[in-house]
Design a protein around this ligand. Structure first.
Ligand SMILES: Cc1cc2nc3c(=O)[nH]c(=O)nc-3n(C[C@H](O)[C@H](O)[C@H](O)COP(=O)(O)O)c2cc1C
Length: 216
């Protein structure tokens, strides 16, 4: 990375803010959305298990219902793309096998060579100490993807607002997830800021860098 692009990246991280008011007339180009979708797709996760589904909610009706389940936050309706982050409720041996098969296919190796890795994952997440808190584990993975998406969007000069001010229970009902193995964690609205959003001019509130980064 050149010095110039380092400076640009930091400038874009400063430019990003949690957008409170989107301009509803401005939409992402398909190229922008493709890069953003790819940033979700490329996000890392523990063991590489990708315990998530990202739901892109497109219809006006669903967006209206979700807004009501989001403390009436206008970003849900006014943004260009609205992504709901959902994660696995349980981790099954079948899911792990599906992943192991994917590794074998992509890397062109025999599935038997991955048996040790498969057993390691099963021993931890399916039958081991983490199995009772698998939902929390999966949700933590989703936040990595959220961070990747926010940073990529900032780099592309696309505005975002992460949303935890939502009722996950209502989202699950509205999106028909109650009987599925995925549950809502949070959401991200993407689009372009309205010129009227006063928050874009507010200075960033952060603790002193020495308070949050400690060298030992
Ligand atoms: C996981 C998460 C959930 C958030 N939920 C909301 C939300 O529901 N509504 C909102 O307006 N902002 C929300 N925010 C934005 C934060 O309030 C904001 O990121 C923080 O105050 C720092 O400000 P900045 O992002 O503008 O730098 C959320 C941020 C994160 C990371």
């Amino acid at each position: 990375m050149t010095i110039t692009s380092e400076i640009e990246l930091t400038a874009q991280l400063k430019w990003r803010y949690a957008c409170k008011a989107f301009d509803p007339t401005q939409k992402l180009t398909s190229e922008q959305w493709t890069m953003l979708a790819e940033s979700l797709h490329l996000s890392p996760s523990s063991y590489g298990l990708q315990p998530w589904k990202f739901l892109v909610v497109q219809t006006t009706e669903l967006r209206r219902e979700l807004r009501l389940a989001s403390w009436n936050q206008g970003q849900v309706e006014d943004c260009s793309h609205f992504v709901v982050f959902t994660t696995l409720k349980t981790m099954s041996e079948d899911y792990v096998n599906h992943y192991i098969q994917q590794i074998a296919t992509v890397r062109n190796v025999d599935v038997s060579t991955l048996e040790g890795y498969r057993q390691m994952i099963l021993g931890s997440l399916v039958n081991g100490d983490r199995s009772s808190t698998i939902q929390h584990w999966a949700q933590r993975q989703a936040y990595i993807a959220m961070g990747t998406l926010l940073t990529t969007a900032a780099y592309l000069k696309v505005d975002t607002c992460p949303l935890e001010g939502i009722s996950a229970q209502d989202y699950d009902r509205i999106l028909g997830l109650e009987t599925s193995n995925y549950g809502t964690v949070a959401a991200v609205a993407l689009g372009f800021r309205s010129a009227d959003d006063k928050y874009q001019h507010a200075p960033k509130v952060r603790f002193d860098i020495n308070e949050v980064i400690e060298y030992q």
